[in-house]
Design a protein around this ligand. Structure first.
Ligand code: BGC
Length: 353
């Protein structure tokens, strides 16, 4: 690739330090998802990244060389009637004609240098240099929690206080899947005050179950407790954060969602064989228990800001657990390894450290 130049006065050029690899990247490599820019016969990968500013256009305010930066992923469609994109909310684009860097119709960040408009860039404090690459996968739960907080204004959601004592944290959350999205989600839920459980396939101890121990999340393996048993252990499940993309698992747990509960789906499944689902139980509970099922994708600038704030807090509370999320760092000439294997939790490619 030719090194990019500033295209306009509001552009910023940054050098890429690290790029994270996720399931979406692996699907793109398997030609199951994603698309190159129009007219191109290849796509530069990379939508999770951390960079360092090297040059700013004359009209850019608030950025200088040396600043650490994480860009958002999605860019708006051009339809004047798309109220979401026109309001800077391309994460809710109506037309589907948005682009996504490194995923859909727009080259990504796995290059030495990147140029982007300052409006899509987010400041990362210097103390997060080693883990800032986790910001993008963390935005998924941040966007979800922003929506849950709005949704739950429909009822008295505050926890009751005992006489003479401050309100205790009463809400219970179950995370499905102890991969990077699930573990970052669990951390955000703990910081948001939820009593949080991780429900995942492998038997403890694993790298992921140890991280759960460190952050105060109870790890339950599917091999130890079936869904009904897990639900009895937890009590009223106020929130489920699904982070595996396995439909039979998700719909099984949907059946034990609690009263006034919200079930958040974030996984994008591949094809799965059909399984029977007790639709009458699900529909009856949705109605009689005031439940919500919420799908969520991509993230706004505000979600990135929340993610950066939260990552700072995670790092203050649990530095070892946050570092343990990054299980592999690969030099650029070994880029194929993390794109071909699912080993470890979060693998990153070092582009220009
Ligand atoms: C990315 C999102 C993107 C989604 C669908 C995810 O891996 O994190 O930014 O919207 O894929 O393309």
């Amino acid at each position: 690739m030719e090194a990019p130049k500033l295209r306009g006065p509001k552009d910023v050029k940054f050098r890429i330090l690290e790029v994270g690899v996720c399931g979406t990247d692996r699907e793109i490599c398997a030609f199951e998802y994603g698309a190159p820019p129009s007219g191109a016969d290849y796509l530069v990968l990379g939508h999770e990244c951390m960079g360092e500013v090297v040059e700013v256009g004359p009209e850019v305010e608030g950025w200088k060389p040396g600043d650490l930066v994480v860009p958002t992923v999605r860019r708006p469609c051009t339809d004047p009637a798309c109220t979401a994109c026109r309001a800077g909310h391309q994460d809710f684009c109506y037309t589907g004609r948005y682009t996504e860097r490194g995923i859909n119709h727009y080259h990504g960040f796995m290059t030495e240098m990147v140029v982007d408009d300052a409006q899509y860039l987010n400041h990362v404090p210097a103390g997060l240099r080693g883990v800032g690459v986790l910001v993008e996968p963390l935005t998924i739960v941040e966007k979800a929690l922003m929506q849950v907080n709005l949704l739950q204004q429909r009822l008295p959601w505050q926890c009751a206080a005992e006489p003479g004592k401050p309100a205790h944290h009463c809400h219970k959350a179950v995370v499905l899947g102890a991969g990077p999205v699930g573990l970052l989600g669990a951390m955000a839920l703990v910081v948001a005050g939820y009593q949080t459980y991780m429900y995942s396939r492998s038997l403890a101890p694993t790298k992921s179950s140890r991280i759960c121990d460190q952050i105060g999340v109870k790890y339950i393996s599917l091999q130890e407790q079936n869904t009904e048993q897990m639900a009895r252990t937890v009590g009223n499940i106020d929130l489920v954060y699904e982070a595996v993309g396995v439909p039979p698992f998700a719909f099984d747990v949907l059946q034990v969602l609690g009263t006034n509960g919200v079930f958040i789906m974030t996984g994008v499944p591949g094809p799965f064989a059909s399984v029977p689902v007790d639709t009458s139980r699900i529909m009856k509970d949705l109605v009689l228990k005031n439940q919500v099922v919420l799908g969520t994708v991509n993230a706004s600038r505000e979600a990135f800001e929340h993610a950066i704030g939260d990552l700072n807090e995670f790092y203050r509370r649990w530095p070892d657990a946050v570092n343990a999320l990054i299980t592999g760092r690969f030099p650029i000439d070994r880029f194929e390894e993390p794109l071909q294997s699912t080993a470890g939790i979060k693998n990153v490619i070092e582009v220009g450290v």
